[in-house]
Design a protein around this ligand. Structure first.
Ligand code: NAD
Ligand code: LMR
Length: 338
């Protein structure tokens, strides 16, 4: 009702939203970009998650068919379809978690930074709508270039007086998923038995897997370590090349995002000791946004944990990438300012 009344002040809109959502129970997860290559398998995985009570599928294109299809799966969550500009607010209202795989993917030969022009506006539109519809939701952005998109979202939320750094995440889980897989291949063990932090950002050399902190321990020489680091850093490009013009990683990304959202859901449910690497506002390095292990709680980030220890080569890699990361952050801040 309130949102159809013109000249409603932001404060009364916020009060209305909080009241309206307060009388509803359960956890609504909104997928923005639900019709896409990531959005569809991610929505499927979320439909299978018993911690989700309502699944809101939004895209700029029609999501009716996808919602009808998913709604026949015999799990207890409700699926709702939203599409087009006018339905974005409805898709977001009362969401506890908003996960965003909307935007253009890379083609062979492109850098992630070349997606900025196409995807900055998508992120801004979503951030603005979130500030109206669900300002207390946890926000997980998958859209590339993650290194720049997250600072853009932060700036837009600041303009709307709705920025809480504890609630904004760039999803870098796929880098951890890949690191676990490639290390397990080398060691001939189950990938689920591997634990490894991946810090920095989500593009090229800003992706920094800390092999020295791997559990189980890795016994590799310097050249072998460099080769493994490059494989992890270039894994996105490996998929882009293999798909030969038909997009980038979608299925492994859906798996990674479903894992990350599940961790947010567990934290919302007051489960303790939930730790994930994510790209967040940070004071742990010289970059204002930085991926590192964060302790999650019901309100988002409970604690940004200390940077893991690093060996000399990793310290050097961190020093070598920080300029690129800072530039990519600055690009986002400048874009919103002008
Ligand atoms: P896709 O083209 O298959 O799907 C994107 C979807 O977004 C489409 O359905 C499109 O209609 C929708 N969309 C576009 N603009 C929108 C808007 N304003 N509102 C709502 N929906 C909108 O692409 P994809 O393969 O699913 O990739 C999506 C994004 O995720 C890309 O930017 C890609 O680079 C990124 N990505 C990130 C990671 C990561 O690790 N963070 C991994 C893989 C892909
Ligand atoms: C990935 O790492 O797979 C994504 O960032 C998509 C890409 O463009 O590589």
């Amino acid at each position: 009702l309130m949102r159809h009344v013109s000249a409603v002040s932001p404060l009364s809109q916020l009060k209305w939203n909080l009241w309206n959502c307060g009388i509803r129970r359960g956890v609504k997860v909104a997928v923005i970009g639900a019709a896409g290559g990531i959005g569809q398998p991610l929505s499927l995985m979320l439909k299978l998650n018993p911690l989700v009570t309502e699944l809101s599928l939004y895209d700029k294109v029609d999501t009716k068919g996808i919602a009808a299809d998913l709604s026949h799966i015999c799990t207890s969550s409700t699926v709702r379809s939203y599409f087009g500009k006018k339905q974005l607010i409805g898709a977001l209202e009362c969401a506890s978690i908003v996960v965003v795989p909307a935007g253009m993917p890379r083609k062979p030969g492109m850098d992630r930074s070349e997606l900025l022009d196409a995807n900055a506006s998508v992120a801004s539109i979503v951030a603005k709508a979130v500030s109206n519809a669900c300002p207390t939701a946890l926000l997980a952005f998958i859209t590339n270039p993650v290194n720049t998109i997250v600072p853009i979202v932060a700036e837009v939320l600041k303009q709307e007086d709705a920025y809480d750094p504890k609630r904004l995440f760039g999803v870098t889980t796929l880098d951890v998923v890949r690191a676990k897989t490639f290390i397990a291949e080398l060691l001939g063990i189950d990938p689920q038995a591997v634990s490894i932090p991946v810090i920095g950002g989500h593009a090229g050399k800003t992706i920094l897997p800390l092999l020295s902190q791997c559990d189980p321990k890795l016994e590799l020489d310097s050249a072998e370590k460099a080769k493994l680091v490059s494989r992890i850093q270039d894994a996105g490009t490996e998929v882009v090349k293999a798909k030969a013009g038909k997009g980038s990683a979608t299925l492994s990304m859906a798996y990674a995002a479903a894992h990350f959202v599940n961790s947010l859901l567990r934290a919302i449910n007051h489960e303790e000791n939930i730790i994930e690497c994510a790209y967040v506002q940070s004071d742990l390095s010289e970059a204002e946004f930085f991926a590192s292990p964060v302790l999650l709680g019901p309100e988002g980030i409970e604690k940004n944990l200390d940077l893991p220890e690093m060996d000399e080569e990793e310290e050097q890699r961190l020093e070598d990438m920080i300029g690129q990361l800072n530039k990519e952050i600055e690009d986002g801040v400048k874009l919103v300012a002008c």
